[in-house]
Design a protein around this ligand. Structure first.
Ligand code: HPA
Length: 275
C-alpha cells in the first residue's frame, strides 16, 4: 500500500508553506560530520527540526536536526543539517523527509551528501567520491511502498539518477578547485550496525566502492519527483575488515571534520556553477 505522504505530513506542509522565507533552488542534505558547511554561508532563517510538526527527533551525535534557509552566490538554498536513518528505527516515510520537504518547497536540485566506508582499494579516508550509481537492492520493497508502482513518468525519471547534468557540474567544480574527486558506486546498507568484514567483501566483489546507511532511498525519491539529484560521499574510514581496526562513529565524524574545507570548496563551487 502506498503511503499518503501529503496526508501524513499535512501539518508540516502547512507550517513550512507559512514559514518558509522563499522557495529554495538547491537543497543540500549534509551528512555525518559535514554539517559545519552551514556555518560557512549566510543563513537567513533556521528551524530546529524539533519545532516542526511531525518531524522525528534525530538520535545521532553530529546530526544537528536543523533546517536552514540560506543564500550563496545569490542562490537560494535549503540546508538540512542532519537526516533521519533506518538504523535509528525509523520508517521509510520518515527517512525521506528531507526530500519530501525539498520537493514541497520546489527545489530544482537535490544534493545528498553522506559519510561512507571505503571499499575500493584505491580510496583512503578523507577522499570524496561522486556517486555514479547507487546499489539500493535492500530497500526496494520499502521504496515501492513509498512511491507505489511507477507510472511512465516515474520510470523515465529513474533514468535520470544521478542527474548527468548535475554530476558533470560537480566534476567541473572539482576540476576548477583542483580537488581529486573519486568516482564510484555507493552501496546502501540498512544498518543498524556497520557491516561485517564478510559483508564488505561481498559488496566489493559486487562492484561497491563505498558503503553507507543513507542516501539510496532519498536519491530514488528525489529523482522520481523530478528533482535533478546527485550525491557525494565522504570516505570517512576503511570499511570493516579492510584494516584490523574497529570502526567507530567518532572516526567517521573526525575524518569528515578533516575534509570539511575541501568539501566546502567543492559544494560552494558546485552551487556557483549550477544554473
Ligand atoms: N559503513 C556504513 N556506514 C558508514 C560507514 C561504514 O563503514 N562509514 C560511515 N558511514
Amino acid at each position: 500500500m502506498k503511503i499518503d505522504l501529503k496526508f501524513k505530513y499535512r501539518d508540516l506542509i502547512k507550517y513550512l508553506k507559512d514559514e518558509a522565507p522563499f522557495n529554495p533552488h538547491i537543497a543540500i542534505v549534509l551528512g555525518s560530520g559535514l554539517g559545519n558547511f552551514a556555518a560557512s554561508i549566510k543563513i537567513l532563517k533556521s528551524f530546529s527540526t524539533s519545532s516542526l510538526p511531525d518531524y522525528p527527533p534525530s538520535t545521532i551525535k553530529g546530526h544537528e536536526g536543523k533546517i536552514h534557509f540560506a543564500k550563496y552566490e545569490n542562490k537560494n538554498l535549503l540546508l538540512f543539517q542532519g537526516r533521519i536513518h533506518f538504523y535509528e528505527g525509523y520508517k521509510i516515510s520518515e527517512c525521506i523527509l528531507t526530500v519530501f520537504i525539498a520537493n514541497l518547497l520546489k527545489c530544482k536540485y537535490l544534493l545528498l551528501t553522506n559519510a561512507a566506508g571505503g571499499i575500493n582499494p584505491t580510496f583512503v579516508p578523507g577522499d570524496l567520491m561522486l556517486n555514479l550509481s547507487i546499489n539500493g537492492m535492500s530497500i526496494k520493497k520499502e521504496i515501492a511502498g513509498l512511491i507505489g508502482l511507477s507510472d511512465e513518468r516515474g520510470k523515465n525519471n529513474f533514468k535520470n539518477f544521478p542527474s548527468i547534468h548535475f554530476n558533470k557540474t560537480i566534476t567541473q567544480a572539482a576540476y576548477d578547485e583542483k580537488i581529486d574527486l573519486k568516482e564510484g558506486t555507493y552501496w546502501f546498507t540498512k544498518g543498524p550496525s556497520y557491516e561485517t568484514p564478510a559483508e564488505v567483501r561481498m559488496i566489493g566483489n559486487f562492484g561497491g566502492d563505498a558503503v553507507g546507511m543513507s542516501t539510496a532511498h532519498e536519491a530514488v525519491l528525489g529523482a522520481y519527483l523530478g528533482m535533478e539529484t546527485a550525491s557525494i560521499s565522504c570516505i570517512t574510514n576503511y570499511a570493516a575488515g579492510i584494516t584490523g581496526q574497529k570502526l567507530s562513529h567518532e572516526e567517521v565524524t573526525d575524518t569528515a571534520k578533516l575534509v570539511e574545507k575541501i568539501f566546502e570548496k567543492l559544494v560552494k563551487k558546485t552551487i556557483y556553477l549550477l544554473d
